[in-house]
Design a protein around this ligand. Structure first.
Ligand code: BGC
Length: 459
């Protein structure tokens, strides 16, 4: 057998294992997407079982986001302390508990508790999913693998639409919410097969285990990567939270927090959560609007696959720039369409096409690239905590948009609201152009070393 054949097989083996464990870890994303999407259908029927004040209903719907912000805040620290793998186990258990409580809830307080607990798990998942994958993946395919997390988020959202649809005839909301227990169990079992992140192991005094994991997940020589990890760990022993505020880290913090806010204030969830309402207002029937919403979910999944294919080839910056430019243009057109009087015919088709294009541009840019970058640009010693900060910010911004969108459309109208999202998308373009680093194909340690040396990575 020639050496290339042997190395091909080795490559296949190493990659196959990495793909498998990454897909497992990405189930965190599936749960995140499913549990955020399912409530929109379930809430219609929960109202038939329990009488809830609007405030309580609001807590049941958006409680998951508040829970997620809390979960992300705790999750970042826990990821650094307990390890990535143990936090994934914890997240599976908490997901199960939350879904179980919601499914069997005899009273409203139990339902609310279940939703909050579920939210905490969503927060854990959104921190640890991308973090784990980015640390286990070889640099060459890290972007695509880590973006599997986002792909699973979109698949989770889409499957929640289907589950909602499947149970809508019977109004079986307990089954809708309880369905989240299934992926939680799969994740709980799958994590038993996952190795701990080699980077976390090394930084917690287990170099031999780190080496063993790298050997299993890499083709060929691991010494260079191991050497880089060693150097990084030796340079910064201890995981003091104070490190987060050291000046050399500021650019990375600004990028993480900035993208976290911009990912949300450019309106993605206003569209995801209110798509049927938006579409109905363009003159579609309810059934057509719901079908078109499923179409939006499908486009979201498909375009995320496109992002995965290109992210390690063209790089993170190119996708973000194209994505945010496209979002700006489609939102500007949407604003015009809603500004014109008497939406019908050509205009409602234009609105639908623009919504689909808007989702496509999100799905190749801000959607996956935000989660990827925040798992790449922070130094090992505080990676979990720093990613936690960006993730908490993302959830708080998500909640703020969810709460303000209905108020905004009622007061300034849909066209001004779309234009506002469009302005934020233009800001996201400029922000990316000026500040977001390119991390394609480099080891996490090389990225960290450039950050420390204040080398510009935007060229
Ligand atoms: C965002 C979510 C959003 C989802 C849509 C994620 O990257 O963080 O807020 O619902 O993408 O695909």
């Amino acid at each position: 057998m020639s050496t290339t054949v042997v190395s091909d097989i080795l490559r296949g083996d190493g990659d196959r294992f990495v793909y498998l464990v990454s897909a497992m870890a990405a189930l965190n994303g599936l749960l995140f997407g499913f549990d955020t999407g399912i409530i929109s259908g379930a809430i219609l029927f929960i109202n038939d079982t329990f009488s809830m004040s609007p405030l309580v209903e609001g807590i049941v719907v958006s409680g998951a986001m508040a829970g997620a912000a809390t979960g992300a805040a705790l999750g970042g620290r826990l990821a650094d302390r307990l390890g990535r793998r143990r936090l994934i186990m914890l997240s599976a258990a908490v997901f199960f508990l939350g879904s179980f409580l919601m499914a069997v809830a005899p009273t409203v307080p139990v339902l609310v508790a279940g939703r909050l607990i579920d939210g905490v798990a969503i927060g854990f998942a959104s921190v640890v999913g991308p973090l784990y994958i980015s640390e286990i993946a070889p640099p060459r395919i890290r972007g695509g693998l880590t973006s599997m997390h986002q792909l699973m988020v979109t698949i989770g959202i889409l499957s929640s639409y289907f589950v909602n649809y499947a149970f809508s005839g019977s109004g079986a909301w307990r089954w809708m919410l309880g369905a989240g227990m299934v992926p939680a169990v799969v994740l709980g079992i799958g994590v038993l097969k996952m190795p701990e992140s080699p980077r976390w192991l090394y930084s917690h005094g287990e170099p031999d285990r780190a080496r063993a994991v790298l050997r299993r997940t890499r083709q060929g020589d691991i010494e260079e990567e191991l050497g880089e990890i060693k150097e990084t760990v030796e340079r910064e022993s201890g995981t003091s939270i104070k490190k987060l505020f050291e000046p050399w880290l500021r650019p990375a913090l600004i990028v993480g927090i900035g993208l976290a806010i911009l990912q949300q204030v450019t309106g993605i969830n206003a569209v995801m959560y209110y798509a049927p309402t938006i579409l109905e207002s363009t003159g579609f029937s309810s059934v057509a609007s719901i079908l078109a919403t499923v179409g939006i979910g499908v486009v979201n999944v498909l375009m995320t696959v496109v992002a995965i294919v290109y992210i390690d080839r063209v790089g993170r910056r190119a996708l973000l720039l194209v994505g945010t430019a496209g979002m700006t243009i489609t939102l500007a057109i949407l604003g015009v369409v809603f500004y014109l009087p008497g939406l019908s015919g050509v205009l409602s088709i234009t609105a639908t096409v623009c919504l689909m294009l808007y989702i496509s541009f999100f799905a190749i840019g801000l959607g996956p690239v935000f989660w990827l970058l925040i798992s790449e640009i922070y130094p090992l010693a505080v990676r979990g905590s720093a990613e936690g900060v960006a993730t908490v910010t993302n959830w708080v911004a998500n909640l703020a948009v969810a709460l303000s969108f209905p108020v905004l459309t009622a007061n300034v109208g849909p066209s001004a609201t779309f234009w506002l999202f469009g302005v934020f998308s233009a800001v996201a373009f400029v922000f990316t152009y000026g500040l977001v680093p390119e991390t394609k194909g480099r080891t996490l340690e090389a990225i960290e070393s450039d950050l420390r040396d204040n080398v510009s990575m935007t060229d």
